[in-house]
Every structure is written in C-alpha cells, then in structure tokens.
Design a protein around this ligand. Structure first.
Ligand code: MRU
Length: 348
C-alpha cells in the first residue's frame, strides 16, 4: 500500500487522510506547498519518513504553482515554501533532511523553469522511492531479532502510513509474519491521537497479523508478567549518542521494559540520525494543542472539567541505556552515530 504519490495527470499530491482512519480510507489532494504544510501540522499525514516525502512534494508543488515567474522568483518561492513546511513540525529530522535535499536542487543553477520543475519532481520521486527501498532493507535486518512466538509491544504507528510503503518497526513485524514466524503484537493505543489503535491496528488487520490493543499504561503489566517478549518503536530523531526522540510514551515504555529485562528496539531509517544533536536533550520537542487531550468524550461526557488546562508534549526522549539495539537500513547498529553517514546517504 503506497500512502502518498505524485499524480502526474493533475500535477498534484495524493495522500490518505489519516484522520479518517480506521473508519474510512479517504484520499485527499494537496495542491499547494501551503496545503502540504497544513496537512503535516494537522496530522492528515504523519510519521517521520512520510512527512519528509510530503515536504519534498510540497516544494515541487510550490515550483509548479509559479509557472509565470522568472527563475529567480521561483527559487525564492520554493525555498520560502520549504521553510514554511519545515516549521510545521519540528521534531522529526526527516522533514528537515528532505527539505534541505530539495533546497540543494533548487539552487542548482538551472535557468529554465521547465528544467527546474523536472529536477525537483525527479528528486522528490527519488526520495519517495528510496524510502520504500530503505524500509525493505530495515525489514531484512530487523527480522534477525524476531523469534518464533514473540509477543511484541509496539508504540505509535510505524507502518505504511508513517512511510511511503511498508514501514519501519511495523515493516519488520510484517516481514517476520510473512516468513512464517508466529507472533502477536500488543498495540499501545498511543494517547492522545491513538495512532496505535486507529492506524497500527488497522494495518495489522489488513495483513491478518494477530494483535490486541492495550492502553499505554497497561504495558508495565504485560512486561512485569513476562507476557511480552520485546518492545519495538520507531524514531523521529536519533542523537549521536543513540538517544531516541519518539512518540510520547516511548520513554515510559522503555523504562518498564528495562526494569523487567525485556529488550527494546528502536527501528528507523539512517536518515533519522541527526548527529548535530549530541544527545537527546538537544532535540527540539514539539508541544501540541491541549485540545488533543481534552476534546474527548467517554459515555458521551467530557473527560475533564470545563476550563481544564492540559499540556501536550508530542514526543519524549528514550536515553540510549534503555535501548538494546538500533535497527536501521544500514544494519543493526550501535552509537555513536555520525552525521557524515546521513549526508552521504542523502547525496547518493
Ligand atoms: O506524531 P506522529 O504520529 O507523527 O509520531 C510518529 C512517531 O512517533 C513514529 O513512531 C515515528 O515517526 C516513526 S514512523 C516510522
């Protein structure tokens, strides 16, 4: 299932509106760079690799929008749109990485508008295709750690919806299942936006992989009783020392796993490494609207008193000592991680 693509006939971007899942599979059309920025900010499209690819396509849209401008004006417009898109969500480094990569193409001294359009579209398509290939490599390396009979606690959504196709941690799980390993996934709901119960459960159901949804706070129960054998999650940004920024709740999950001697695996493309951040505390954490926590009903009633305040960090940092191994397209690797690798990969 490819979840985002460039529609050649309309010269627009098509993607699944993840807010409508699991009830409806709704495809949405994005026509401008600004619409891409809004789609990223509103979680129509989410997941670190997916927003990177969306950002790249957003810069293509910006170039296509200004057909009657001079090359200099187009360059300025595309770079400006890149900045707007990058500001939509600050934590996932894949977004910045893709915008920077597109930025290099914009500045590649092309005099013809048509040629610039072609170069930008080719680069965005390349980034999207690389994501698919990267996920296949991650799955190939990751299945080495999956054992027959595993019960894996998985946090957030790291599947096709979070990437272009396949997924990272969920891609490993899908590949292991395809190869005949018997396993079960305990799907963390992933408060407050329920990427686990809405998206991961939906993807697992499509694949026929056994799963049960658990509340985020139930994870400790399963870990303490040895009813789970592994914890797996993705990454939005990985510091040079191996600290991992990922969906809020990952840290508590890793703490509980570590306390019960259950291994924790963070699974990501090497492009999620940002060695300019020496450690996790250097990574900017996105705070989202309090309404995401508060605008919820149980039995038809509000879950908090009117006027209640809430604070909503979207990510947390899992320190390196809680992580057993880092599973990437480069193999199963251990810190320190180098920035130069990431840049080279981008320039391949
Ligand atoms: O806020 P989200 O849903 O974009 O958060 C996504 C995650 O935290 C994922 O685990 C991460 O991006 C890795 S996706 C392959």
């Amino acid at each position: 299932m490819r979840t985002i693509y460039w529609d050649k006939s309309t010269e627009q971007v098509k993607t699944i509106d993840q807010r409508a899942l699991p009830g409806r599979v709704e495809w949405i059309t994005l026509k401008t760079g600004e619409e891409v920025a809004a789609a990223i900010q509103n979680m129509i499209i989410r997941g670190a690799p997916a927003i990177g690819v969306a950002g790249a396509y957003g810069m293509v849209l910006a170039a296509y929008q200004c057909k009657v401008m001079t090359s200099t004006m187009i360059v300025a417009k595309v770079l400006e749109t890149g900045k707007i898109i990058q500001a939509a969500r600050p934590t996932a480094v894949n977004l910045k990485w893709a915008i920077d990569r597109m930025g290099k193409v914009v500045l590649s001294n092309t005099s013809s508008t048509k040629e610039l359009h072609n170069l930008l579209l080719a680069e965005a398509e390349k980034i999207a295709e690389e994501d698919i290939q990267t996920n296949l490599k991650i799955a190939k390396h990751g299945i080495e750690i999956i054992e027959d009979g595993d019960v894996i606690i998985h946090h957030c959504n790291t599947g096709s919806l979070a990437t272009v196709e396949g997924g990272t941690a969920l891609g490993v799980i899908k590949e292991a299942w395809k190869q005949g390993k018997r396993l079960k996934v305990l799907v963390d709901e992933t408060r407050p936006l329920f990427q686990g119960s809405r998206l991961t459960a939906w993807e697992l159901q499509q694949e026929g992989i056994p799963y049960e949804i658990i509340t985020d706070s139930a994870a400790g129960f399963f870990l303490e009783r040895k009813l789970a054998t592994k914890v797996m999650f993705g990454a939005d940004r990985v510091a040079a020392n191996g600290d991992v920024a990922n969906k809020i709740g990952s840290y508590m999950l890793a703490l509980a796993a570590h306390a019960n001697q259950i291994p924790v695996y963070s699974v990501f493309p090497y492009t999620s490494v940002d060695a300019s951040c020496g450690m996790g505390s250097d990574i900017e954490i996105e705070f989202r609207a309090a309404s995401e926590l508060l605008d919820v009903k149980v039995n038809g009633n509000d879950i908090a008193p009117e006027g209640a305040k809430a604070i909503n960090p979207a990510f947390d940092i899992t320190p390196n000592h809680l992580i057993t191994a880092w599973i990437t397209d480069e193999g199963i690797i251990y810190p320190p991680f180098k920035m130069s690798d990431r840049i080279n990969l981008g320039e391949e």
